[in-house]
Design a protein around this ligand. Structure first.
Ligand code: SF4
Ligand code: SF4
Length: 177
């Protein structure tokens, strides 16, 4: 039995109101890939078994699109619940199903902290370099670049120190990647 305290999900996510209609799951764009479907995850929370979600892949696969929230008749905030599970998994260093999501987040947040915004091209290159497979997906990258969807150079915001101070105040240190 783990000596860690139980995970508490904010009641404002309204998970207690879920009646398992599965409208969330039927609209979720990544539900097919999830090991615990969104409606099943809410049932686990109701049964006070949030700890089971810590080792699931689903919280890491959630892209935060909020489709589930829009479809839910009871306003259950699944993306916030999954976000809390991800935070707990990081704090407990239980990242076996996290894949490269924490790496991607770290690179993106470090870039925002430094420049105030994300340079898509540079971020994709850094991520691919660190995750391995620098040349994987290069055709898609080229397509996006040609279509103007990805830029190699981008100016940062004017008040960079202000953005960095916000990070330090609200999220603590972000490792510079
Ligand atoms: S749509 Fe809402 S009520 Fe229905 S299963 Fe999903 S979270 Fe529960
Ligand atoms: S927010 Fe997450 S769980 Fe909800 S529909 Fe989008 S991917 Fe699925």
């Amino acid at each position: 039995m783990s000596d860690k305290p139980k995970i508490t999900i904010d009641e404002e996510t309204c998970y207690a109101q879920c009646f398992s209609c599965a409208k969330c799951t039927s609209g979720c764009p990544v539900a097919d890939e999830m090991d615990v479907k969104p409606h099943q995850a809410m049932r686990l929370l109701q049964l006070d078994q949030a700890d089971q979600l810590i080792t699931a892949a689903s919280p890491w696969l959630c892209i935060g699109c909020q489709t589930c929230l829009g479809r839910c008749p009871n306003n259950v905030d699944i993306p916030s619940a999954f976000s809390k599970i991800r935070q707990e998994a990081i704090e407990r260093d239980q990242l076996e199903n996290a894949g490269n999501v924490p790496l991607f987040d770290d690179i993106m947040l470090a870039m925002i902290k430094r420049n105030g915004r994300v340079n898509d091209g540079l971020m994709a290159a850094k991520y691919k370099f660190k995750a391995g497979g620098l040349l994987k997906d290069w055709k898609m990258g080229l397509k996006m670049f040609k279509a103007g969807k990805m830029k190699l150079f981008m100016k940062g915001v004017k008040d960079k120190p202000g953005v960095a101070a916000l990070f330090d105040k609200n999220t603590g240190e972000v490792e510079d990647k």
